[in-house]
Design a protein around this ligand. Structure first.
Ligand code: ACO
Length: 316
């Protein structure tokens, strides 16, 4: 897998923001409406509660506004908006158009749909745009999976939720943050997890679980190799927040201890495109990431897709 060619302009994250709906739904609340229990959900997934509500545009505007404010830049200086979502508010136009208007941007805007791998796909795309000469890109990952969840289906309703995370990336004069990356898709597996237009999510949970571990590990290894690093040089893993047991199994195979991962799914559930930025910026805001740290982002999702990136954290 090629990396951005040497000599090309790199980029780094200069501001970020997240957004979660106010409404919180606990496992106990779910167990009042379906045959499940707090104990089962915690043991099998690690999820304790999740946030439900909002639209993809409203959550994106909130996280995007925070990221722009933190960057201290003029919104009009943003050259492109890349919105990762698998739950657009409308079929047409792309939700990025609504978000662009809501944030008073004047730039190209488009949606990326790679399910739960989407934020990493969008981040890589943003770096590609910088390598082609753009200066500032707003990358947002948002999903409102609650709108396509069958709330009577205990196989899926216990997992999925809503949220958003955003990052402003800026061309850097020195080396960029993206050391290595990988993305992949295997469309022959599309029936493992899908929703028809206007329908709700159907999932072969066990099979998704089995494949998720394998494809996360494969993708992570490709990115780490492309970065010229070894797994013990990875300071923090930010995995897709689908199931604690998937994260544990993948980290075990990568030989990375759980103490070097960021996990927020107990509070957020699976928020698809938002899951990696929510976990990344939670770790950063808690002071778990130092300048110069190597951070591995790795996700998998419907498609089935996989994506990973190794970034050298250097915000200043
Ligand atoms: N509450 C109580 N019991 C349940 C529930 C529930 N919510 N769901 C299933 N069960 C029962 C089953 O009926 C089964 O009972 P049985 O043994 O009597 O038949 C038993 O619990 C075990 O069920 P399994 O399906 O084997 O449970 P498993 O340990 O595989 O966990 C889960 C299921 C949580 C869905 C798991 O397979 C998983 O997380 N899979 C991956 C899903 C995922 O990551 N999806 C997102 C992909 S990313 C994207 O693009 C959105």
């Amino acid at each position: 897998m090629p990396i951005i060619p040497s000599g090309a302009i790199g980029a780094k994250i200069i501001g970020w923001g997240t957004s979660l709906p106010q409404k919180v739904v606990t496992n106990d609340e779910l167990s009042k409406t379906m045959d499940t229990s707090d104990e089962w959900i915690r043991e099998r997934t690690g999820i304790e509660r999740r946030h439900i509500g909002g639209t993809t545009a409203s959550l994106s505007i909130e996280s995007g506004r925070k990221a722009i404010e933190m960057s201290g830049i003029d919104p009009l200086s943003i050259d492109a908006l890349v919105l990762s979502t698998t739950t657009p508010d409308r079929t047409v136009p792309a939700t990025s158009a609504t978000v662009q208007h809501g944030l008073s941007l004047r730039c190209g805007a488009f949606d990326v749909n790679a399910a739960c791998s989407g934020f990493v796909y969008a981040l890589i795309t943003g770096h590609g745009l910088v390598a082609m000469g753009m200066k500032r890109i707003l990358v947002i990952g948002t999903d409102t999976l609650s709108r396509i969840t069958d709330w009577t289906d205990r196989n899926t309703a216990i997992l999925f939720a809503d949220g958003s995370g955003a990052a402003v990336i800026e061309a850097s004069s020195g080396p960029g943050q993206l050391l290595g990356w990988d993305f992949d898709a295997d469309g022959s597996l599309e029936d493992l997890l899908y929703a028809e237009i206007g329908g709700t999510l159907h999932m072969e949970g066990k099979e998704v679980f089995r494949r998720a571990v394998r494809i996360m590990v494969e993708s992570a290894e490709k990115s780490i190799k492309a970065a010229g690093l070894t797994t013990n040089e990875i300071d923090l893993v930010v995995p897709h927040q689908a199931n604690l047991r998937i994260i544990e199994a993948a980290c075990k195979r990568l030989d990375i201890p759980m103490s070097r991962t960021s996990v927020v799914l107990n509070e957020t559930g699976n928020t698809s495109s938002a899951s990696i930025p929510l976990a990344l910026f939670d770790a950063v805001d808690r002071g778990r990431v130092k300048s110069g740290d190597n951070v591995l982002l790795v996700g998998f999702g419907a498609g089935m897709t996989a994506a990973s990136a190794v970034i050298k954290w250097n915000q200043s």
